[in-house]
Design a protein around this ligand. Sequence first.
Ligand code: MN
Length: 714
Amino acid sequence: MIRITDILDNINEYNPDSDPDIIDRAYIFSARVHAGQVRLSGEPYLSHPLEVAHILTLMKLDNVSIAAGMLHDVIEDTHTTPEKIGELFGPEVLHIVSGVTKLSRLPFGSGRAREAESIRKMILAMADDIRVILIKLADRLHNMRTLQFHRSEGKKRKIARETLDIYAPIAARLGIYWIKNELENISFKYLEPEIFHQIEQQVARERKDREQYIETVREIIREKMAENQLKCEVLGRYKNFYSIHQKMLLQDLAFEDVYDIRAFRIILETIPQCYEALGLIHSIWKPIAQKFKDYIGVPKPNMYQSLHTTVIGPKGERVEIQIRTQEMDRVAKSGIAAHWSYKEGKRIDEEPATKQFVWIQNLVENQENFQDPNEFLENVRIDLFPDEVYVFTPQGQIKSLPKGATPVDFAYMIHTEVGNQCTGAKVDGRMVPLKYELRTGNSVEIITTKGSHPSKDWLNFVKTVKGRQKIRQWIKTQEKERSLSLGREMLEKAFRKYRMNFNALIKSEESDAVVSQFGFKTTEDLIASVGYGKITPLQIVRKFQPKVEEEPEESVLSKITGRLRNRKDREGVVVKGIDDILVRFAKCCQPVPGDPITGYITRGKGVTVHRTNCINALKMTPERQIEVEWNKGTAETYPVKIVVRSYDRMGLLADVAALISKSGANILNASTETHENKTVDSFFTLSVANTKQLKKVLSDLGKVSSVWEVKRLG
Ligand code: MN
């Protein structure tokens, strides 16, 4: 049990000049009025207000708040009157304690209107005095820590659900991430006990290895920083189980595939040091470009600041690294309270409106305009969770989706089959298009039709990872089936032409050898690849009947495209089995010799060459796909777009340009974008001969000082 001396010791560390008298008195009073009461845990009731006060000292709150924390339950749970509190501790403590008491009486739980009303009151309390909410969070945290003593399973789940839905997001919005994490983790344990224990065991199983791993990574970072005279602190930790689980759900991953479950934090003294450290980290490990976030240049609305980067770590796994200053770290730990703690004794509304309070103020000013609690709820949600929308199932359950999500995302969230067979949607009772952007508060009903299928067009608007994956998966299976029947048809026809029976031959003993000669495992794969256009039926005929002579095949293709010629453009590639065909290079992915490529037949326009992993190529129908390859002797050069991200400095562009021309590549076009945080993105269109040259250019540019990322676009 926490003792009063622990609390006083903490305060003494961050606020040594303050007078502890009010805390002593609150402690003695609280002990007296709660005397004889016990918690469900069997501990004296006093342990609860003490724990709450202790949590408040971790947020480095002022003495009035801590005294109020010590007294937060006395009006609710003892015979003490509000007047008595005012008389003994003054109006400020009374105001806060009354606020907490009012909130304790809020009816949470089922019912949208009631929930909306409760959140509304919370927000009002927050605006009135943010310390009411901070105490409420500390109170909830301790109650969650001791939730196991509740006897009713249903009650535990209800409290956990409410914590996850309301308290954890409020902690996040106020920037107090350690409380948010702990609330999420405990709630998760009660809501999904089996999954929680699975993850717990999986993490524990490899604990020893992992601990050693964390130590190794910390050591590498420390050394690198020391080499460069950067004084820093390096922390390593595991992400909380709840966020691991969220990741598994959202990205549809197995535990083994969630790699960035470890996170590291580097704490330095100044902002330039942070960027320098970032560059050093990127010089040891390759960053994953999309994962870089600069919250120093653009802080979160709750004032959180940090650089976030994810890199490919020493064992080829993803590692998340946060880089920040000590001051930023303090803000990240105490959130809104970090700004509060220096301002002992002052009410927030007396402070000039700083950024982090504006959203609360706006909500309060707006709340009078809402007649309907749902409408208010919608607005609160938008503010509490700027990147999410909350919608309801027809049964009134809340589902959260990323901003911009559509009924199709919703359908896949309910069930894969609901998604696959979804043909329409009703939002708030009215039919909407499938690409309708859902808004918080919408009631969504999905209309399914047995036997109907996902459409490729959905990929253009679906927002969730799960939705995209399921649609792609379906298309892939579908395309395989289609290619299989197309391939079979083409083969039967070709074999007939040579008086052979394809279906008999493919079941014969020879067939296995033929399949493996083409590098396939099964007959199906072989047939499908004919359907995809990767091999011609004639190539297979010849395996069974080597004497067959090649006849000039009059293909439909050459009829369509034979008259279109463009020598210059096509010199670089060869289209299998077809001469005299117009070849163009796709602008979207800008293939360069050396890239794996594939061709698509465009009616009347010949063949367009894409990189095989180009998103646009993946969307095209397999019937139009045709195999193409690079012509080895070509002397052409090809345009390719790259970006160089760096910290801005004198002479940077000159260094970069000199390096490019030294490598023999030409700059066709250049533009730069300078950001507020002194970083600059330089975009170049280069002309290069092949991927080898391109790779060299990219890796050379990566070594230019203050450049932290170079990559090809498209
Ligand atoms: Mn309490």
